[in-house]
Ligand binder design. Structure first.
Ligand SMILES: Nc1ncnc2c1ncn2[C@@H]1O[C@H](COP(=O)(O)OP(=O)(O)OP(=O)(O)O)[C@@H](O)[C@H]1O
Ligand SMILES: [Mg+2]
Length: 133
């Protein structure tokens, strides 16, 4: 697998979430994802970006377009926030420590082809999503 294009953008405010949505849409279009798949990826990205801002205290997004043998988009959200003590619980639909519905992580996982989450309490959280063409 090769990464053909890569970019890092800040994810620290609600305004940044808007930029994330736009940039993800652009990369998804370039890679040739269908309109439905573009929207799935943008929706997933939006949930992760919001978590990065709200719970992670801000962070960044690594945007990668992939080529060879398959075309796809990989998004990696990274923050150096408090981390998630129980990942299994956090992934469960309906679990929230905030004021949301607790559907962001589970929903995002269902909208992509690959979903990886790593978190260390006191160090931060990293979530990687891939949507293949
Ligand atoms: N980057 C993060 N850093 C620390 N904790 C996080 C992070 N992302 C998620 N969490 C924790 O995981 C929980 C579940 O996240 P999820 O996105 O599923 O739900 P939510 O954000 O609480 O609500 P919703 O996304 O439906 O508005 C959060 O309430 C929070 O406790
Ligand atoms: Mg959320």
């Amino acid at each position: 697998m090769s990464v053909v294009h890569t970019d890092t953008i800040p994810v620290a405010s609600e305004a940044d979430v808007v930029v994330v949505r736009r940039r993800v849409r652009e990369v998804a279009i370039k890679v040739g994802l269908s309109l439905v798949d573009q929207t799935k990826l943008v929706t997933a990205a939006s949930e992760l970006a919001r978590n990065t801002v709200i719970y992670g205290g801000g962070g960044s997004l690594l945007l990668e377009s992939l080529n060879g043998p398959r075309l796809g988009v990989r998004l990696t959200f990274v923050d150096q926030g408090p981390g998630i003590p129980d990942l299994e619980l956090a992934m469960r639909d309906g679990f929230t420590t905030g004021t949301g519905l607790g559907l962001g992580l589970g929903g995002a996982k269902r909208l992509v082809n690959e979903f990886e989450i790593q978190s260390t309490v006191g160090r931060g959280t990293r979530v990687a999503l891939t949507r293949w063409k």
